[in-house]
Design a binder for this molecule. Structure first.
Ligand SMILES: Cc1ncc(C[n+]2csc(CCOP(=O)(O)OP(=O)(O)O)c2C)c(N)n1
Ligand SMILES: [Mg+2]
Length: 551
């Protein structure tokens, strides 16, 4: 066996079944070896950001890593943003980057670059360059173990061409999956005591605490002890819908998050990070924990969130409490000229059982949460690292991980253009993905941010950096050019019909929703004022306002 063949066997033996590739010459032996390993599915992406985002989406839904195959430092660089999103989401990825043959690097050929330096940013826990064919599979086993460790991470294995083509590869098995531990007795007791004090307590759920088992335990605790539950702002994967506990997410806008967290004396972190503002703004706090609030950690992302919450529930005597669950209810069928909230309403009206919903709709998705709260149960995937261009690639990976589940990806027009090539992979693999692109011809959120940051009055040059009006994109045509069935909709009736058709016909579809900006004109002007006013309003009024702006 050569190195590449042994590497593929090692990956497959470890249960890694999919490799998202964008190869070059230095990866040719790996590519050639793909046919020697029938257990490995290879999925070509036409841009590295699609390959890495697909690996991210796959692992979120399969709960195990996929591999990537990228071309040297430049290919890795192209894939970096979505590896960043995976890193922030603690998603396992075995990231394989081909390199020149070991003896070739001294010549500083055209594609020579410092791959490890690029990789360390997204792969801080594991970057290794394989040095010999004989040791390659041990390196691979170590990378697999690192990727699916506690918590999951991106592990980068750099694969020099001569290590790949050399003879004498020896497949090996990675160690067994690690078993996470539950919260310590001390942590459970201290938190139970804080909750029993009766002081206002918020339990912040993140990571695996947003899966069914943990959600139910958390909801029992909330119903029994009167604590409030919140979910982290951008979940890696959240199970929700009718029959599951409904948990409100921390708002993206720091001022709104401030309203949600106001008055808390205890904040309990369950596989979650203490909340911070997405960006810094002049004169505003970065740390969102209110003054006088003590932060407790029930369990870290390396621990078992569900078991930890069970332990806490037992300590509080809440194990048998029946928590309230989201009722089955859908919004009505929207009518009239299409708007972004009506698209969200249509999705809520029609969302099928067991769907995977990917939200990268930016300002157009403000109503998505409320509109789908009572839908049949589904998984929600969000933009964990803030690097846009995640959603369409995630949809590719999610659909490959869950071939029997419909995937609906809601994507902003600006965002869609980062990794639009994902559509081609959807067509090629015949994936049942409905991509909904909100064409509002704007980087709308940046127009909001421009008002919020208090920058100098924007002139035409500044404004032109944030609008997509000339030329207006035609996503239906772009999708058709990549082999995806696509239509444009400018009325709610047309949109609903297109969504019904797409859901009923397996395979990739794109619906281009022609919508006005959700936050434009007077709404956009008044928003910064409202946000600034929030801290001085009575809590009831502030909460009502929060629900109005971002329900
Ligand atoms: C990799 C990356 N580049 C740039 C940005 C900055 N950014 C955030 S949102 C956004 C525009 C989003 O526009 P669109 O998808 O059309 O959504 P809309 O704001 O119109 O709702 C940009 C460029 C980012 N977050 N990540
Ligand atoms: Mg837009």
């Amino acid at each position: 066996m050569n190195g590449a063949q042994a590497l593929l066997k090692t990956l497959a033996d470890a249960g890694i079944e999919v490799c998202f590739t964008n190869p070059g010459t230095s990866e040719m032996h790996f590519v050639a070896a793909l046919d020697s390993e029938p257990r490995m599915r290879a999925v070509l992406a036409l841009f590295e950001g699609v390959a890495t985002g697909a690996a991210d989406g796959y692992a979120r839904m399969a709960d195990k890593p996929a591999a990537t195959l990228l071309h040297l430092g430049c290919g890795l660089g192209n894939g970096l943003a979505n590896l960043h999103n995976a890193r922030k989401g603690k998603v396992p990825v075995v990231n394989i980057v081909g390199d020149h043959a070991t003896y070739h690097t001294q010549y500083d050929a055209q594609l020579q670059s410092d791959i490890e330096t690029v990789a360390r940013n997204v792969s801080p826990g594991f970057v290794r360059t394989a040095q010999s064919t004989a040791a390659l599979c041990q390196d691979a086993a170590d990378a697999i173990a690192a990727a699916r460790g506690l918590p999951g991470q991106v592990a980068t294995l750099v694969l020099p061409a001569d290590v790949s083509w050399g003879e004498g590869g020896q497949p090996c098995l990675p160690p067994a999956l690690p078993a996470p531990t539950a919260a310590s007795d001390e942590a459970v007791q201290a938190i139970a005591q804080a909750i029993r004090s009766g002081e206002k307590t918020i339990v912040l759920l993140g990571g695996h605490a947003l899966r069914e088992g943990a959600l139910r335990s958390a909801a029992r605790i909330a119903a029994h002890s009167g604590v409030q539950l919140l979910a982290e702002v951008f979940p890696t994967r959240m199970e929700r819908g009718a029959g599951l506990p409904a948990v409100e997410r921390v708002a993206y806008l720091a001022e709104l998050a401030g309203v949600q967290l106001a008055g808390a004396r205890h904040l309990v972190l369950v596989d979650a990070k203490s909340p911070v503002s997405f960006f810094a703004y002049p004169g505003k706090a970065s740390d969102l924990v209110p003054a006088g609030c003590t932060v407790h950690t029930l369990c870290s992302p390396a621990q078992d969130a569900a078991a930890s919450l069970d332990k806490l529930a037992a300590a509080l005597g809440a194990s048998a409490t029946q928590p309230p669950l989201a009722l089955a209810q859908r919004p009505g069928r929207p009518r009239g000229p299409l708007t972004a909230p009506k698209v969200c309403k249509a999705v809520g009206h029609l969302l099928p059982e067991n769907a995977i919903l990917i939200d990268e709709a930016i300002t157009s998705g403000l109503m998505l949460g409320v509109m789908t709260a009572g839908c049949p149960r589904h998984d929600l995937i969000t933009l964990t690292g803030g690097a846009i261009g995640q959603g369409l690639p995630n949809a590719v990976g999610a659909a490959i991980a869950c071939p029997d589940r419909p995937v609906i990806a809601l994507i902003g027009d600006g965002t869609a253009m980062y990794t639009l090539q994902a559509l081609w992979s959807m067509a090629r693999e015949n994936l049942h993905v409905v991509s909904v692109i909100f064409n509002n011809a704007s980087y709308s959120v940046l127009n909001v941010e421009l008002e919020r940051v208090g920058a100098e009055k924007a002139g035409p040059k500044a404004k032109s950096q944030l609008d997509l009006k000339g030329p207006v994109l035609n996503f239906a045509q772009l999708a058709q050019g990549m082999g995806v069935h696509a239509v444009r909709a400018s009325t709610a009736e047309d949109f609903c019909q297109a969504l019904e058709y797409a859901l009923a016909h397996p395979g990739p579809h794109l619906i281009e929703a022609l919508v006005p900006e959700s936050l434009a004109g007077p709404k956009r002007k008044v928003l910064p004022w409202l946000l600034r006013a929030l801290p001085s309003l009575p809590p009831q009024v502030a909460r009502a306002l929060k629900r109005k702006i971002a329900p």
